[in-house]
Design a protein around this ligand. Structure first.
Ligand code: ADP
Ligand code: MG
Length: 348
C-alpha cells in the first residue's frame, strides 16, 4: 500500500537528520501509529509522505507507484492522500457541508447530486448528522475534528495522514474520539498513518505502531508485541514506562540491589553492566520494616493504584498494584518480583 525504503530528510544546519533511513510498509486498510517524543521526526515523516518535503535519499511508493525520491516528487495534490491536523484547519467562513464538499469540488467529474450524496455519506460516517449548516465556531472541538476527518475522507483517498489529531481536545473528548477515530477509519476502510506522542493513544487505536527516536524507527510492531517484546530499552521505557534496575553480571546470575537473580534467559552476549526491566505491574510490595524501599507517593487510578518508591541507593521505582493493598507515604516495603518476567537490556 504505502512503502518507504531508506528515506532520509536532512534540514540544513541540523546536526542529525530529521528522518534517518526509515523503512515502513503499510498494509491495505492498516492503521499505523508513528509514536515518539517531540522532535523525533514524526511530522517530517508525514510531510514526506504527503509531498510537502522531498527526501535526500530513499524512495516512497504508494500503491506500487513511485511518488518520491531524491529526483522525483509527485505534487501533494496528485497523491490522493488526505490530511488531518491538530488544529483542524477548517475554513471558518464555510459551513460544515461546504467544508466537507471543498475537497470534492477540486476533483473532476462530480455532479451536484453525487457530491451532496457523498457529503451526507461521510457526515453519517463521522456522526455529524444535522450539523451541515453550522459554521466551525458553532461546533465543539470534538465535532470540529470529526468534520476535518470527514473532509479528508470525502474524496475517498487511498491513505489518510493524521498529525496529532486529538491533542488539542480536552481529556474526556480525547478519550471518546480515540475509539471513534478508529471506528470511522475502519468503516471507511482507508489506510492511515496516525502521528502521536501519547503511547496510550497509539497502543489503543493503531493496528501496528512504529516507535521513533531521533529520526529513526526503533521498532515497528503490534501494540501487544511492543509491550511484550520491546526491541530496545528506549522502546521499553517509552511504551511501557517500565522500571530499570542496574545489575552486574556474576557467573550464572545477576547481582542487584534486590539480591542475586537467576534468569531463565541470561542474555549471553551482554556486557557486565546491564539494566533489568520490570514493568510497573511486575513489582510486588509488602510492608516490611527491613524492606529496601520507601513509599514516596500514591496515585489513584480508579481500578488500581500506582506507588512511587525510592530504594536505599536512590533508585526510583513505580509499582501498579491492586486497590486492596493499603500503604501509606513513608511506609517501608520489601520489593519482590518473578525472575521469569525480567528482561535484560544493555545500559543506555
Ligand atoms: P515531531 O513531529 O516528532 O515533533 P518534527 O518532524 O517536527 O518532529 O521535527 C524533527 C526535527 O526536524 C526537529 O529537530 C526539528 O527541529 C527539525 N525540523 C523540522 N522541520 C524543520 C524545518 N522546516 N527546518 C529545519 N528543521 C526542521
Ligand atoms: Mg510534530
Amino acid at each position: 500500500m504505502l512503502s518507504l525504503h531508506g528515506v532520509v530528510k536532512d534540514f540544513p544546519g541540523a546536526i542529525l537528520p530529521a528522518v534517518d533511513n526509515v523503512h515502513i510498509n503499510l498494509y491495505p486498510g492498516e492503521l499505523l501509529g508513528l509514536l515518539g517524543p517531540s522532535g523525533c521526526g514524526k511530522t517530517t515523516l508525514l510531510r514526506l509522505i504527503a509531498g510537502f518535503e522531498q527526501p535526500q535519499a530513499g524512495r516512497i511508493f504508494l500503491a506500487d507507484r513511485e511518488i518520491a525520491c531524491p529526483n522525483c516528487n509527485l505534487p501533494p495534490e496528485r497523491r490522493g492522500v488526505g490530511m488531518v491536523f491538530q488544529d483542524y484547519a477548517l475554513f471558518p467562513h464555510l459551513t460544515v457541508a461546504q467544508n466537507i464538499a471543498f475537497g470534492l469540488k477540486q476533483q473532476k467529474g462530480w455532479r451536484r447530486s453525487g457530491l451532496q450524496q457523498r457529503v451526507l455519506e461521510v457526515m453519517t460516517l463521522a456522526s455529524l448528522e444535522g450539523l451541515h449548516k453550522r459554521y466551525p465556531h458553532e461546533l465543539s472541538g470534538g465535532q470540529q475534528q470529526r468534520v476535518a476527518l470527514a473532509r479528508a475522507l470525502a474524496p475517498n483517498p487511498s491513505l489518510i495522514l493524521l498529525d496529532e489529531p486529538l491533542s488539542n481536545l480536552d481529556v474526556q473528548v480525547r478519550l471518546r474520539l480515540r475509539q471513534e477515530l478508529r471506528t470511522i477509519l475502519k468503516k471507511a476502510g482507508t489506510s492511515a498513518v496516525l502521528v502521536t506522542h501519547d503511547q496510550e493513544e497509539a497502543l489503543s487505536v493503531c493496528d501496528r505502531v512504529a516507535v521513533m527516536r531521533q529520526g529513526r524507527v526503533e521498532q515497528i510492531a503490534t501494540p501487544q508485541d511492543l509491550y511484550d517484546q520491546p526491541a530496545t530499552r528506549f522502546v521499553a521505557e517509552f511504551v511501557t514506562q517500565a522500571n530499570f534496575i542496574p545489575a552486574q553480571r556474576l557467573l550464572q546470575s545477576w547481582k542487584t540491589e534486590f539480591g542475586t537473580i537467576y534468569l531463565a534467559e541470561p542474555g549471553v552476549d551482554l556486557e557486565d553492566g546491564v539494566d533489568l526491566m520490570l514493568r510497573q505491574e511486575d513489582l510486588r510490595l509488602e510492608l516490611d520494616p527491613q524492606g529496601i524501599a520507601v513509599v514516596r507517593d500514591r496515585q489513584f487510578l480508579g481500578r488500581e493504584q500506582r506507588y512511587s518508591l525510592v530504594t536505599e541507593s536512590g533508585l526510583e521505582l513505580v509499582a501498579r498494584v491492586a486497590l486492596s493493598q493499603t500503604l501509606e507515604v513513608g511506609d517501608r516495603v520489601a520489593v519482590t518480583f518473578d525472575p521469569q518476567v525480567v528482561k535484560v537490556f544493555r545500559r543506555n
